[in-house]
Design a protein around this ligand. Structure first.
Ligand SMILES: C[S@@+](CC[C@H](N)C(=O)[O-])C[C@H]1O[C@@H](n2cnc3c(N)ncnc32)[C@H](O)[C@@H]1O
Length: 209
C-alpha cells in the first residue's frame, strides 16, 4: 500500500497579527511595529481576551503602540476584527502563552506599561501551578519594563489577588503607587461582567524599582 502523504498547511495570519520571524529571540518594538517610530511608548496587555480594553486604549492613546497577547485563537480573531474595524495602526495581536511571551519574547527595558487584567484565578489547590503570577513572571515583567515602567494588575477574586500580591511584594522588584483616577483606563469585558454581578474590583499599580 502506498503511504499517504500528509501535507502541513499554515494558518493564515489575521489582520493586525504579529507573527515573529523567530520565536527564539527577543522581539524589538521595531519588529512589532516596523512602520512606527520606536521611540514611541510600547504597552502590552497579557491575556487580553476579546481585546475590548486594548482596542479602546489604543484608540484613546494613538501616540503609543499596543501589543495584545492571547492564547485562544477565537479571541485573537476578535481582537483582530476590532483593530481592523477601528483602523488602529497602533495595535497588534500575538497568539502566544503569557509566561513565554513575557520571559523570552518581550524586549528588555522596552515596555512602558504591562496590563494583567483579570487573569484566571484557578482557586483550587490542585491548580496552583496554573496561576500566572509567579516569581518567574514578576522577574520577566521587571526585565521587560522600561526603568520607570508600570505594571497594572486587576482581579475580581479577592483571595487570589491578595495571595498574588504577596508573591509580587516578596520579589521586592516593584513599588506600589497610587491609582491615577484621571487617567484613561477602559473597563475590560470581564470587569464589566464582575461589576454587573456586584463584585468588588481589586487593583494595584506597580512601578519598576
Ligand atoms: C478571565 S479572561 C480576562 C480577559 C481580559 N483581560 C478581560 O479582562 O476581559 C483571561 C484571559 O487570559 C487568557 N489566558 C489564560 N491563560 C493564558 C496564558 N497562559 N497565556 C495567554 N493567555 C492566557 C484566556 O484565554 C482569557 O482570554
Amino acid at each position: 500500500m502506498t503511504p499517504k502523504t500528509i501535507t502541513m498547511s499554515e494558518r493564515p495570519a489575521v489582520p493586525h497579527e504579529f507573527l515573529p520571524e523567530n520565536y527564539f529571540r527577543r522581539q524589538s518594538h521595531g519588529d512589532m511595529f516596523p512602520e512606527a517610530d520606536s521611540s514611541r511608548a510600547l504597552e502590552v496587555d497579557i491575556g487580553c481576551g476579546d481585546g475590548a480594553f486594548t482596542s479602546a486604549l489604543a484608540a484613546a492613546l494613538p501616540g503609543r503602540d499596543f501589543l495584545a497577547v492571547e492564547r485562544l485563537l477565537g479571541r485573537v480573531r476578535k481582537v483582530s476584527a476590532k483593530a481592523k474595524r477601528l483602523g488602529l495602526t497602533n495595535l497588534k495581536v500575538l497568539r502566544l502563552e503569557t509566561n513565554y511571551t513575557v520571559c523570552w519574547l518581550l524586549p528588555e527595558n522596552g515596555v512602558s506599561r504591562i496590563h494583567l487584567l483579570f487573569p484566571d484565578p484557578w482557586p483550587k489547590d490542585k491548580h496552583e501551578n496554573r496561576r500566572v503570577v509567579t516569581p518567574e513572571l514578576c522577574a520577566g515583567i521587571h526585565r521587560a519594563l522600561t526603568p520607570d515602567g508600570e505594571w497594572i494588575f486587576k482581579s475580581d477574586h479577592a483571595i487570589y489577588f491578595e495571595e498574588r500580591l504577596e508573591v509580587i511584594r516578596a520579589t521586592q522588584l516593584f513599588k506600589e503607587i497610587p491609582w491615577d483616577e484621571d487617567a484613561v483606563y477602559p473597563i475590560t469585558t470581564f470587569e464589566q461582567q464582575w461589576l454587573d454581578a456586584g463584585k468588588t474590583i481589586n487593583r494595584v499599580r506597580l512601578v519598576k524599582l
